[in-house]
Design a protein around this ligand. Sequence first.
Ligand code: ZN
Length: 244
Amino acid sequence: MRCILLADVHSNLEAFQAVLQHARENGGFDEAWCLGDVVGYGPDPQECIRLLRQLPHACVAGNHDLAAAKKVDTDDFNPHAAAAAEWTAEQLTAEERRFLGGLPETLLRGEFTLVHGSPRSPVREYVLSAEAVAQNLLYFDTRVCLIGHSHVPVLYVCPDEDFCYAQAPGLDFPVDISEGRVMLNPGGLGQPRDGDPRAAYAILDPHELTVTYHRVTYDFVTTQAKMKRAGLPQVLASRLGLGR
Ligand code: ZN
C-alpha cells in the first residue's frame, strides 16, 4: 500500500500535476491523503479541487479551505492571503464551497492521524519545533500524526513522550518510521517555504512504515503568469520562484 501525502496544494495546478506525474512514474500510489489547504494563494482552485476528487482520497480541512468556504473569517490572515481567499471564494461553485466546508478537521486512518495544523489546534497551529511536537503528543491517540500548514518538509521522532527531535528528511529514499511516536510534514506542495521552489510531497507506506520525501521541478512561471492575469497579489506569485 502506498499513500501519496499532499499538503498545501494551494490552487497550484502546475505543481499538483507535476507531483502526480512524478509519483506515477515512480511506483504509483493507491490513495491520496491530503493534509489541507487545497486552495488559497494560487490561480486554479477549481481545477485543483477537481483533480483531488478524481483520486481515491482522504482529506482534512485547512484554514484556507475553510476561509474559501466562508466557514471561518480571515481576520488572522495577512492582507495578501485574505485577498486571495476572497478571490478564491468567488471562483468556486456553491457545491465546491460545500465540499471544502464539509472537510473534517481531523481524520484517522489506522495508526495515522491526519490534521492540517496540529492535533491540539487542527486548523490553526503551526508546528515549528520539536517542543511543540512534544506538547502535541497528548492530543492524538495514534502513534503517527501527519501534518501540513508550515509548508516545510520535516520529520519529528519522539523516542519518549516528553522528548522529540527533528530530522531534515533526505530525498528519494524510504525512511523508517516504525520506532517511537512520529509527526511529519511532507512539505508545501503548491507553495514551498524552505528556500527550495520545487514542489514537495511524500509517499507513505502504512504497512512497511516508511516515508519517502520527494521534490519535483515544475513550471512555476506559468503559475505566476496565471496569478498575474487573475489579479492576485504579486508578492504571492514572486514567492513561488523563491520557495519562501
Ligand atoms: Zn498552507
